[in-house]
Design a protein around this ligand. Structure first.
Ligand code: FEO
Length: 401
């Protein structure tokens, strides 16, 4: 049964939505699903842009056959060879053996590594062009967004950019197709940020390079491989990408992330939140690192300017879930944030020094002027230390505003 939507004249979305996969890349929860976008152009020649994850192949094949309506497929452009977009290529070539595959040299190399084969192929690189009749295309390579081999394809005739992973998002489309059909700030921005920061966060400078190239191109519509199509207000999402990829906080705000075994460290984190809000800074959210998946914590760390880490001591070091979070921030190259540290321990509190040592390995990280050590639970003395940390956070946030 087909389920397709028209994008613009001659171009159709023939992708699929996935609410079955629980973990994207088998690591990131996707409770609201994800889409795998594929686009089919009907011109003098027919051109399919990317395929879909194998799990959605059946729906995808129905969609392609419906839009082709008896025509053969002439070209398959593989902009990105990651299997969530390319794994259905073999099935497409079985049904449409006359199709010529267009990809980068590295794209074909990866294709072979994954055990696929294209009988008819055209290798393209930066600036190469191609015509399907009325539509003329240019290819631009975008290494490390987010694998080494991808390219984007610009339709020079109508300004459609097939942007591969760039400008993608978690969330299944569920009938919607365009960003102007949803309340993006309410329903999509958090999942777009979580997608970009966790999947491509490490490669910020490469995304910056893509944004610079894109600024020179006559782009009117962004067609990513996941999530919504942008045909209005492109500046909104480009600005978000600019901030995320340059490690610039979106907001002056604070997240307090705590690791607590018996609730005493959690209580200290909540006390810190109250003391910060009482002092007038209300953009504060609190997370338990044992309850909130680290992909959400990463997304929040990219959103705000200030991060308070409140950890109990475990094996004379950082609580494991907290350590994972800091290690993930390191791996994803997060920069330009201000930290506040609080530790708890019953006989040898030692998390602060170890958290500081990990943060010091990252670039452009700063600290507020005060930290705190709690011994088992907050008492009258350590309450004052927590208040001092709150004061230092608020002073630092004022400087960022
Ligand atoms: Fe959705 Fe890098 O693939």
């Amino acid at each position: 049964m087909h389920n397709v939507r028209k994008v613009v004249d001659d171009l159709y979305w023939v992708g699929a939505n996935d609410h079955n996969t629980h973990l994207f890349e088998n690591i990131h929860p996707i409770p609201t699903g994800v889409s795998y976008n594929s686009y089919l152009l009907l011109d003098e020649k027919t051109v399919l842009f990317d395929t879909v994850d194998w799990s959605c192949c059946h729906q995808f094949l129905d969609n392609v056959a419906y839009v082709l309506n008896g025509r053969d497929l002439d070209y398959l452009v593989i902009n990105h060879w990651e299997p969530d977009h390319a794994a259905s290529m073999g099935e497409i070539l079985l049904r449409y053996p006359n199709a010529t595959v267009i990809s980068t040299e590295k794209g074909f190399f990866f294709m072979t590594q994954f055990g696929f084969h294209a009988e008819k192929k055209i290798t393209v690189g930066n600036g190469d062009t191609f015509s399907s009749g009325k539509h003329n295309f240019a290819f631009v390579q975008i290494p490390m967004v987010h694998w080494p081999e991808p390219m984007v394809t610009l339709d020079l005739t109508n300004g459609v950019l097939f942007s591969a992973d760039a400008f993608g998002s978690f969330n299944a489309l569920d009938g919607k197709l365009f960003a102007d059909e949803v309340n993006y700030d309410r329903d999509w921005i958090d999942e777009a940020r979580r997608y970009l920061t966790n999947i491509v966060g490490k490669y910020g400078p490469f995304v910056q390079a893509v944004l610079k190239q894109a600024a020179e191109l006559p782009i009117k519509i962004l067609c990513p491989l996941h999530g919504l199509i942008w045909r209005e207000d492109l500046g909104y999402i480009i600005d978000k990408y600019d901030k995320w990829s340059s490690y610039t906080p979106e907001e002056t705000g604070l997240i307090i992330c705590y690791a607590s075994m018996y609730g005493n460290t959690a209580a200290a984190a909540q006390l810190l939140a109250s003391e910060v809000v009482k002092r007038g800074q209300t953009n504060v959210r609190v997370y338990d690192v044992s309850h909130t998946h680290v992909s959400y914590l990463i997304s929040e760390a990219f959103r705000v300017s200030h991060i308070a880490l409140v950890s109990c001591t475990y094996n004379l070091g950082i609580y494991p879930r907290m350590k994972d979070f800091i290690a993930d921030m390191q791996a994803l190259n997060l920069q330009n944030r201000t930290f506040a540290l609080m530790e708890n321990g019953t006989w040898a509190p030692s998390a602060n020094d170890k958290m500081r040592a990990m943060i010091d390995e990252m670039r452009e990280m700063y600290y507020v002027d005060s930290d705190a050590t709690i011994v088992s639970s907050v008492n009258d003395t350590t309450r004052k230390d927590v208040e001092a940390v709150a004061e230092a956070i608020v002073e630092s946030m004022k400087k960022r505003q």
